[in-house]
Design a protein around this ligand. Structure first.
Ligand code: IPE
Ligand code: IPE
Ligand code: MG
Length: 241
């Protein structure tokens, strides 16, 4: 039977996508400003990247900042951009040592120019690394991503480069930010919230979900190992019997 999309139909775990949530509540519980939670959350990013690489995960996608997060108070956005600047500066050596290729998905034009430039540089510098791909969703919104793909298809059709019947799931997937990345097998959201928040809507068609009550700053390698164990015990059927 003809495959209708790019979904990988087996039970292996090659791609984990995480919605890193709960930084603010972690800080609040401790009577600290939200910025402290974000700082601690940035440390968790490094720990989990390292752990995932060591566990042989080929793709790790982290939701760092959504298009909707631009609506947070300017001081909080500034804190998050500051942490991002630090991360972009500090992490090159560790990424190289661990064979991590970094890619960013999202609306780059909305980001400060120095950050967009640092992202481009880091992508270039790590482009040949083969052990793991770390995909960071930054200023990312899945509906926007899908709308952009539709706009590009409309342009191609209007120019006569494609006919309507040429449009299929494979072509569509190839116009998303994630075109070079396989679909996530497992989506983890921390902090107890059970929603998708505009994350990878197209790509998660057949993903497994795991909602953890742990707040992101407290999330660690052991949490990840337990979730992977849970995933490995599941049966993915892809609509079949
Ligand atoms: C996740 O933590 C980080 C971002 C969304 C940028 P939150 O900042 O959403 O923390 P809570 O949900 O308020 O606890
Ligand atoms: C989702 O978390 C976005 C990121 C983790 C970057 P939010 O905290 O922004 O999501 P909602 O507002 O609870 O849906
Ligand atoms: Mg949140």
């Amino acid at each position: 039977m003809k495959r209708t999309d790019v979904t990988k139909e087996d039970n292996s775990l090659q791609h984990i996508a995480i919605i890193m949530d709960g930084n603010g509540r972690w800080a609040k519980k401790k009577g600290l400003p939200r910025s402290v939670g974000h700082k601690k959350g940035a440390e968790t990013v490094k720990e989990i990247t390292r752990a995932a690489g060591e566990m042989g995960i080929k793709y790790l996608t982290l939701y760092a900042f959504s298009t909707e997060n631009w609506q947070r108070p300017p001081e909080e956005v500034e804190t998050l951009m500051g942490l991002l600047r630090e991360y972009l500066k500090s992490d090159l050596k560790e990424l190289q040592d661990n064979g991590v290729r970094i890619v960013f998905i999202g609306e780059r034009s909305m980001l400060p120019a120095d950050i967009a430039e640092a992202m481009r540089k880091l992508e270039n510098e790590t482009a040949d690394n083969q052990k793991m791909t770390l995909c960071i969703a930054l200023s990312y919104g899945s509906r926007q991503e899908i709308v952009h793909a539709a706009q590009r298809i409309a342009v191609l059709a209007k120019r006569g480069d494609i006919a309507p019947e040429d449009i299929d799931a494979k072509m569509f997937a190839g116009l998303l930010y994630t075109k070079d990345i396989p679909d996530p097998d497992l989506v983890i959201r921390t902090s107890g919230e059970q929603r998708v928040s505009n994350y990878l809507l197209w790509q998660i068609a057949y993903a497994e979900f795991y909602f953890s009550d742990v707040l992101w700053p407290d999330f660690d390698r052991k949490c990840l190992e337990e979730i992977i164990e849970n995933f490995n015990a599941r049966e993915r059927r892809y609509g079949k019997v």
